[in-house]
Design a protein around this ligand. Structure first.
Ligand code: FAD
Length: 402
């Protein structure tokens, strides 16, 4: 036994030539369409429409989504490669594409056939946009604490509440929305939450303020206000009152994409630091010849490769349908996002003064990396998940950790 796994085979990473061909195709998209616009996205704080159109034409919105639902197929590993390659140059653009996972995943895992055809297909084709509205002013980590309500009235529900930090809300045609439909049970705080698909055009849906967060310029989150929104009962995703499971299972899958974003951020920052260290001279020598700089670069590379392997491994387990992907995804998300933070900070320092000049385009990686440690479950929550999964899977112990 390779504690906490059973066999060395459990560490298999299922990369094929197809993945490499795909990576090269994305790299070429990035070089042609994204790289020339990365600083424009940062400075104007918006993603140009023509870039979104190019991404749609390239089929990027459907990567990892089954072909029968309008996607390109490819699974978690392919989707992770996409996130990594995009985030290497523009983390904000990787988020614009990646946020559809938070909408598609719950529907693919828990939705009806009708919901998949009606909502997943246009989003996977890039014809419609979607967002995921769970976080509220009261609660982000504490999903069971949400206060938005959904009251059943005949054949529909009436939803009222306020969601905050919703990525992609400004552009979204559809939302996944969590709301409380019943009071919690005394021994089950999570009971009584239900997940719905809500359309932007329905009366009572309003996208409010944009949050002025540190990073991800071009794709910053918004507030979503739901004022007595009438939602048909057939738009419930999964079972009524059991939506907590829908939300947390979604994050189990989607946080692999966050780990991949972090790997891309770290890789982008590293490449900039390496180039600079080769070109910049001090004391009549290239700065890479100073051991202090060279060792910093070596440490960055060590951590990036480890983060990449963890991420690909988590994606491979998920693609194999091995439920231990949950612990692997939390290991990868926590490690990779903290590596991205450390690498981005080191990259700034290697650049010296110009490292903190916005024009250089390196400090933005640190601002973006910070956010990856927070969304889709803060790294504190990941650490709780890691221990909870370990105790449950290896020892059969169910512990309440808070
Ligand atoms: C840029 C950005 C985009 C986002 N996009 C979306 C989106 O599209 N959809 C969406 O629904 N949400 C989104 N979020 C919200 C995000 O998921 C939450 O901010 C995150 O889950 C943390 O929740 P919180 O902000 O309420 O912090 P809190 O839950 O209040 O946590 C505050 C601090 O307490 C710690 N903490 C809380 N509980 C525990 C515990 N049990 N054990 C240990 N430590 C704990 C946390 O780790 C954190 O350090 C986004 C956030 C940002 C910043």
């Amino acid at each position: 036994m390779v504690f906490p796994f059973q066999s060395v085979e459990d560490f298999k990473v299922e990369l094929t030539q197809e993945h490499e061909l795909f990576r090269k195709a994305v790299r070429s998209f990035v070089e042609q369409h994204l790289e020339p616009r990365a600083m424009e996205i940062e400075k104007t704080d918006r993603v140009p429409e023509e870039l979104i159109e190019e991404a749609r034409k390239a089929g990027l919105f459907g990567v990892g989504v089954p072909e029968e639902y309008g996607g390109q197929g490819g699974g978690h590993l392919m989707a992770a490669i996409l996130m990594e390659e995009l985030a290497r140059v523009s983390p904000a653009f990787s988020v614009l594409i990646g946020v559809r996972d938070l909408f598609i995943t719950p529907i693919l895992l828990f939705g009806t056939e009708e919901q998949k055809r009606r909502y997943v297909v246009p989003v996977a084709r890039g014809e419609k946009f979607a967002a995921h509205a769970n976080t509220e002013p009261c609660c982000g980590s504490d999903v069971a604490g949400i206060q938005t309500t959904a009251k059943r009235v005949n054949d529909h529900y009436v939803i009222t509440g306020r969601k905050v930090f919703i990525t992609g809300a400004d552009r979204a045609d559809y939302f996944i929305v969590s709301a409380r439909t019943s009071p919690p049970k005394p021994d089950k705080r999570w009971w009584g939450i239900t997940v719905f698909i809500v359309e932007r055009d329905w009366p009572g849906v309003k996208v409010g303020q944009r949050f002025n967060v540190t990073g991800l310029r071009g794709e910053r989150p918004h507030e979503v206000i739901l004022d007595e929104v009438k939602v048909p009962a057939e738009n419930v995703v999964g079972k009524v009152d059991e939506g907590f499971k829908v939300v947390v299972t979604t994050y189990d899958h989607t946080r692999i994409g966050i780990a991949a974003q972090a790997v891309g951020i770290a890789q982008g920052a590293f490449e900039k630091a390496l180039n600079y260290a080769l070109q910049r001279t001090a004391f009549e020598r290239p700065i890479i010849s100073f051991e202090a700089v060279a060792f910093k670069l070596a440490d960055m590379l060590i951590e990036i490769q480890a983060a990449r392997l963890l991420t690909y491994w988590a994606a491979s387990l998920a693609d194999r349908g091995d439920r231990r992907f949950i612990i692997a995804a939390s290991l990868a998300k926590t490690f990779a996002t903290e590596v991205a933070e450390r690498v981005a900070a080191a990259a700034i320092k290697i650049h010296g003064g110009v490292g903190v000049d916005i024009e250089t385009g390196v400090e933005r990686y640190l601002r973006d990396a910070l956010i990856t440690t927070i969304y889709e479950g803060t790294n504190d929550i990941q650490r709780l998940t890691i221990i909870r999964q370990l105790l449950r899977d290896v020892f059969g112990i169910r512990l309440t950790l808070t």
